[in-house]
Ligand binder design. Structure first.
Ligand SMILES: Cc1ncc(COP(=O)(O)O)c(C=O)c1O
Length: 397
């Protein structure tokens, strides 16, 4: 059976004969006897204990996502950052070293550098597709490699199989953040990743309704994460798990429409004289084109581009949009735009921004599910207005 079909039907929780899955909104569970309570608490007998670490709705979400990613097991957590926290706390100890792909989500880099740095864990950033640098920066104490492919916002791509070989050779755990592509367009476990991570409130939800996180992988790696969840309490709420489970049912259909719309927007952007550069894995001249074709079965609707001019021009363009939402989120039915240098990557130093190409004239859109001509019309009118304002010298920022 296909993974999509398995995910739609995976271990649903039903209240009597309702067709839609039910939500297990409960903190605790009744036991038939004291012995039964003891057996479940000690793990001798399977069953729910307390919703901090066992809940049927969360379990339903986990089974659906594991089916889609082709993984043995999954764990749902409060957010994507909670998922990173769980990985770090479960697999790292004082003195360990972490390799981070450069240009990953700014808060992920901050978590490892700032917070784990306080406890004697060091982190080095490496350009995502510079394999000589990955090899060179690998140390005997490197325990974790954290990679997003594609990276956000500049859509750099890593050869996951190559990084997996390196990780295995050095006994490090390879974590792939698959938020941008979802299992519909990329299944990192197939390419040798140890763990796949999701910020689940993005495409898995699809309509920006909740925050959630998840990790998929082999049972022996998910088990310690579950133990950490029990002690840390960074759990997913049953309600969010239900929303995300329903989101997964329509994920494939939505991703295909996101991609279809993104192709239209990308083609239009490429033709605009007012744009210096466009970044997408759709690019026929993408430096990692061969890897993309082998590894991905589709494209993320995230497209970044550099407008001619400076920050004022970029902000004027963003503020002139009427349909497209000014919102730093991704993975929504509504098209969204953001200015990475002052939002998502605002915590990067000036040197880091320059190094990673997060310039002031860079904007990122996540193409939604509206009719593509409407998205393009809005981009066009805002671009014309920003150009006219620049030509008139009336930039107010
Ligand atoms: C690629 C990626 N990974 C992880 C995160 C963090 O996830 P969350 O916001 O669910 O904590 C984000 C957030 O935007 C993200 O874009």
């Amino acid at each position: 059976m296909d993974n999509t079909t398995r995910a739609i039907h995976a271990d649903a929780v039903y209240l009597e004969d309702s067709h839609a899955e039910s939500i297990a909104m409960t903190s605790a569970y009744d036991f038939d006897s004291a012995a039964e309570a003891h057996a479940r608490f000690s793990g001798e007998k399977p069953g729910n204990v307390y919703s901090r670490f066992t809940n049927p709705s969360v379990e339903m979400f986990e089974k659906k996502l594991a089916a889609l990613e082709g993984g043995e097991a999954a764990i749902g957590l409060a957010s994507g950052m909670a998922a990173y926290m769980a990985i770090a706390m479960s697999f790292l100890k004082q003195g360990d070293h972490v390799l981070l792909a450069s240009g990953i989500f700014g808060t992920t880099t901050h978590l490892f550098r700032q917070y784990f740095g306080q406890f004697g864990i060091t982190a080095t950033s490496v350009q995502v597709d510079d394999y000589a640098a990955w090899q060179q920066e690998m140390r005997p104490n490197t325990r974790l490699m954290v990679v997003e492919s594609p990276t956000n916002p500049l859509m750099g791509v890593a050869d996951l199989a190559r990084l997996s070989t390196l990780a295995k050779r050095n006994d490090a755990i390879l974590v792939i953040d698959n938020t941008l592509l979802t299992p519909v367009f990329q299944q990192p476990l197939q390419w040798g990743a140890d763990l796949v991570l999701h910020s689940a409130g993005k495409f898995l939800d699809g309509q920006g309704r909740c925050v959630g996180g998840a990790i998929v992988g082999r049972e022996d790696l998910i088990k310690p994460l579950r133990a950490y969840l029990r002690s840390s309490g960074i759990c997913m709420s049953p309600f969010n798990a239900w929303i995300l489970s329903k989101g997964i049912e329509t994920l494939k259909a939505r991703m295909k429409l996101h991609e279809y719309n993104a192709r239209h927007v990308y083609s239009w952007l490429k033709q605009q004289p007012d744009i210096e550069a466009v970044y997408s894995t759709l690019a026929s001249d993408h430096p990692n084109r061969e890897v993309i074709q082998r590894q991905q079965t589709g494209h993320s609707p995230i497209i970044s581009f550099r407008l001619h001019g400076d920050k004022a021009r970029a902000w004027r363009f963003i503020d002139g949009l009427e349909l497209v939402s000014r919102c730093t989120n991704i993975g929504d039915a509504k098209t969204m735009i953001t200015h990475p240098a002052t939002t998502t990557h605002g915590r990067y130093t000036a040197e880091e921004k320059a190094h990673y190409g997060i310039t002031d004239n860079l904007v990122r859109i996540c193409v939604g599910l509206e009719e593509p001509t409407d998205i393009i019309d809005d981009l066009e009118q805002a671009m014309n207005a920003a150009k006219a304002a620049a030509d008139d010298g009336v930039m107010v920022y």
